[in-house]
Design a binder for this molecule. Structure first.
Ligand SMILES: Nc1ncnc2c1ncn2[C@@H]1O[C@H](COP(=O)(O)OP(=O)(O)O)[C@@H](O)[C@H]1O
Ligand SMILES: [Mg+2]
Length: 333
């Protein structure tokens, strides 16, 4: 479990103060993946440096399983860092060392005796699917394989927390999916608290249980993925379950509404229930379905025909457990 409380980092540029982190609070339980998404300049790299103890926050605290890393004094830093493994965008391997040598490096720093070290390296390489490649050199590996080595190295000191900083931004889509699935599998196997820093929503969709939106050093929205999606109108919800564009002329003669709900196995689909209740057709002009954190979400833009009150349809959908609203600025007559 990692707990970040009111973390602040202020940089000074001449007389100018830059609040790179302006009171970040979040926590990630064991055996879960938390995504931190934000655009360039949001403070993501600063957060990574402060969590990895590569930089000192101005104030606030970072705790791993109740141990406050921010209170550790300089002599203990190296030991404290072992509680947290970091995976970077580029694996930054030593090209003159074998794969096994690269993974062994943190164990050498920790003065683990050779036999124990070798056994640990072999186990880690198996864990990341490189059991046969220990004697190869980084130059012989693909980008995805190099990132697997980076993950094995990050896990060498048995950390409680895995911090992944844009772990797939340098990879192609197929390799991205493989690496994200590997991170997910390792989380489950080792019960780790995993933080994934990213600017890409598809990363959040694929492996995160919870997510925070970072902007200007602040957490604007945060929560479990399944709850965040249902927060109709929130930025994260809009990004997680984006509606494709529609042809506005199709709405002629009606009122557009937006509907969002999680699929359930009981009862008719929400829109069908509304169609029956009002004795109308509710054509879907555009829609999207996403499987997120084990739940299937539907979002649709629907035309309520003239002669039926769109407000009443929205009210009915709310009663049957769907979030619904008039589509903003799109009432077509
Ligand atoms: N060492 C530094 N000195 C001054 N300003 C910095 C420094 N590092 C980052 N910043 C500023 O802090 C803000 C957040 O930067 P950063 O953490 O790199 O964002 P991100 O990784 O999300 O793109 C930006 O305004 C950036 O210019
Ligand atoms: Mg950055």
């Amino acid at each position: 479990m990692i707990t970040v409380t009111d973390l602040k980092k202020v940089y000074h540029q001449g007389k100018r103060e830059i609040r790179a982190l302006d009171g970040v609070t979040l926590s990630v339980p064991d055996n879960s993946v938390h995504g931190i998404i934000g655009q360039s300049g949001a403070g993501k790299s600063t957060l990574v440096r402060c969590l990895a103890l590569l930089d000192r926050p101005t104030s606030g605290s970072v705790e791993i399983n109740g141990v406050e890393l921010t209170a550790v004094h300089a002599g203990e830093l190296r030991k404290a860092r072992r509680r947290l493994g970091v995976v970077f965008q580029q694996a930054n391997l030593f090209d003159s060392q074998t794969i096994a040598g690269n993974v062994a490096y943190p164990l050498e720093l920790a003065r683990i005796p050779a036999p124990e070290r070798d056994a640990k390296v072999a186990e880690l390489l198996r864990l990341v699917g490189l059991g046969e490649s220990g004697e190869a050199y980084p130059s012989q590996l693909s980008g995805g394989q190099r990132q697997r080595v980076g993950i094995a190295r990050a896990l060498a000191t048995d950390p409680d927390v895995l911090l992944c900083d844009e772990p797939t931004s340098a990879l192609d889509p197929a390799t991205t999916a493989e690496i994200l699935d590997l991170i997910g599998a390792i989380k489950a196997r080792l019960g780790l608290a995993v933080l994934v820093i990213t600017h890409e929503m598809h990363v959040v969709k694929r492996i995160c249980d919870s997510v925070s939106l970072l902007e200007d050093g602040r957490v604007l929205e945060s929560g479990l993925l399944v709850e965040t999606v249902g927060r109709f109108g929130s930025r994260l919800s809009d990004a997680l379950l984006a509606l494709p564009p529609h042809d506005p002329t199709e709405a002629a003669g009606g009122t557009l509404i937006e509907v969002l709900y999680a699929a359930t196995s009981d009862g008719p689909p929400k829109l069908t229930a509304a169609e029956r209740h009002f004795g109308i057709d509710l054509p879907v002009l555009s829609g999207t379905i996403e499987h997120l954190a084990g739940t299937t979400f539907h979002r649709a833009r629907v035309r309520v025909p003239a002669g039926t009150s769109a407000d009443q349809v929205v009210g009915f959908l709310g009663e049957v457990g769907a979030a619904a609203a008039l589509s903003a600025g799109e009432v077509v007559r």
